[in-house]
Design a protein around this ligand. Structure first.
Ligand SMILES: [Zn+2]
Length: 96
């Protein structure tokens, strides 16, 4: 039986994206091709530390490699929205 071996494929893809290895292993045992498609298509939760460029979880607030503070993706997104202003707003037209 090859299924217990090939079920590792979606599990490893999920693990790379900081998702549950065993969840996708069991998913792979049950519905292998669906598990592979979902594992490939799902959003990657990783990003890179702005200081040391190591791969970290997108929700991390402190880099596990260099121990420096990093803003979470939500905070960065919010800051970018505030900087850019509402849709249609052109930076540099408010006298700054
Ligand atoms: Zn770092």
């Amino acid at each position: 039986m090859i299924l217990p071996v090939i079920a590792v494929i979606p599990a490893l893809i999920a693990k790379q994206k900081e998702r549950g290895f065993w969840t996708f292993y069991v998913f792979g045992l049950l519905l292998w091709i669906v598990a592979v498609v979902v594992a490939v298509a799902m959003e990657d939760r990783r990003r890179h530390c702005p200081h040391c460029v190591e791969t970290i979880n997108s929700t991390a607030t402190v880099c596990p490699h260099c121990r420096r503070d990093i803003e979470s993706r939500e905070l960065v997104d919010r800051a970018q929205r505030e900087l850019m202003g509402p849709p249609g707003f052109e930076p540099g037209t408010n006298g700054l």
